[in-house]
Ligand binder design. Structure first.
Ligand code: TXA
Ligand code: MG
Length: 321
């Protein structure tokens, strides 16, 4: 198991010798290494079991610092950075040569963001390199939203996890870039599209893997629990599974079911608040994945606010029939 603590100096020393640290962000925990050190970046791929064609996000302490690693930030994207950094927004920008090709899997654009977490911002201020950090989970599994989640799956492989508590957003960042004059959303995430559009006007959502093999975070099957994960109307699913005799668990937005044992069900927000639901989603999926049930039954959220990004994750987690 890894050591879990709040020692920024220790995290810095581990990173400086090319090793990896679990870092807190407002979205999910990251598995961080020195983005300018190709060997450190290679060990991130290896530790996560991640295919090398799946590029990584670099984390910097400010927009000013980002300019050391990217060229010509288009005006609309600069406006988004000024408005939403630090925050759950990742921008795809033309990379400078100092970013090794292994970080971007050979692509011309690098994904950059300023995470909104005091410990990680302090760490980033103290080191003189950006941090490459994918979510700190084995490739394809649910992203971690607590240091314990990171420890449970990667603790054997990394020396240190910086403990920043539970993530306050709970969904990965929204990924945005430009194609010609068009603002394109490559991954729905913790920053709502309506907020993006309030600054730059209409954005095109293009978060489908088949048309976008460059971003495997957008693979149709991703963020998935190990048990079958079935999405549908819960009343109908529950009665079907009750009559089949198969042991099931239930993930709902706001309803608890009297006919289901309480330890086998989670309502993400009993008041139906989608921000609260987002914060709790991944931890709830993990808890039910570890329950005694054989399958997990879940319902989609309303397609408003963060509901859209939550539904994106639920659909990618779903078992394809
Ligand atoms: O909230 C987040 O974004 C978290 C925290 C740790 O910052 N990170 C995260 O990283 O979710 P990861 O690696 O799990 O997902 C990043 C996604 C991947 O789907 C990757 O394919 C895409 O970003 N991506 C990264 N660089 C890219 C690039 N140059 N072009 C296109 N897609 C890129
Ligand atoms: Mg990920």
């Amino acid at each position: 198991m890894a050591v879990i603590g709040q020692d920024i100096g220790l995290a810095k020393r581990v990173l400086e010798v090319g090793q990896l640290v679990g870092i807190p962000t407002e979205t999910v925990y990251g598995l961080a290494g020195n983005a300018l050190n190709s060997v450190a970046v290679a060990s991130i791929f290896e530790t996560k079991n991640r295919p090398s064609f799946d590029p990584m996000i670099i984390h910097v302490p400010s927009l000013l610092e980002a300019e050391n690693y990217v060229n010509d930030i288009p005006t609309p994207l600069r406006k988004l950075a000024e408005q939403f950094w630090p925050g759950p927004l990742t921008l795809l920008l033309p990379k400078k040569k100092n970013i090794p090709d292994i970080v971007t899997s050979g692509l011309d654009r690098v994904a950059v963001r300023v995470p909104d977490h005091p410990l990680t911002l302090e760490l980033l201020a103290q080191i003189d390199f950006p941090l490459a950090a994918p979510s700190a989970n084995p490739f394809g599994y649910i992203s971690p939203t607590s240091p314990q989640h990171v420890d449970a799956q990667l603790g054997e492989k990394i020396p240190y996890i910086l403990d920043g508590g539970a993530c306050k957003v709970g969904l990965e960042s929204t990924i945005i870039g430009m194609e010609g004059d068009e603002i394109v959303v490559y991954r729905l995430g913790g920053l709502e599209i309506s907020e993006v559009e309030s600054i730059v006007g209409q954005a095109k959502v293009k978060s489908h893997s088949s048309s976008n093999p460059q971003a495997p975070g957008l693979l149709e099957s991703h963020y998935a629990p190990s048990k079958p994960f079935i999405i549908g109307g819960l009343d109908k699913l529950i009665s079907e599974y009750q009559s089949s005799g198969i042991d099931f668990a239930v993930l709902s937005l706001d309803r608890l079911y009297q006919s289901v044992p309480s330890e086998n069900q989670i309502a993400l927000s009993t008041s139906g608040n989608l921000k609260e639901a987002a914060t709790r989603l991944f931890a709830a999926m993990r808890t039910l994945d570890e329950s005694s049930a054989t399958v997990i039954l879940a319902e989609l959220m309303p397609e408003t606010g963060l509901g859209r990004a939550i539904n994106d994750r639920l659909k990618r987690a779903a078992t394809k029939g």
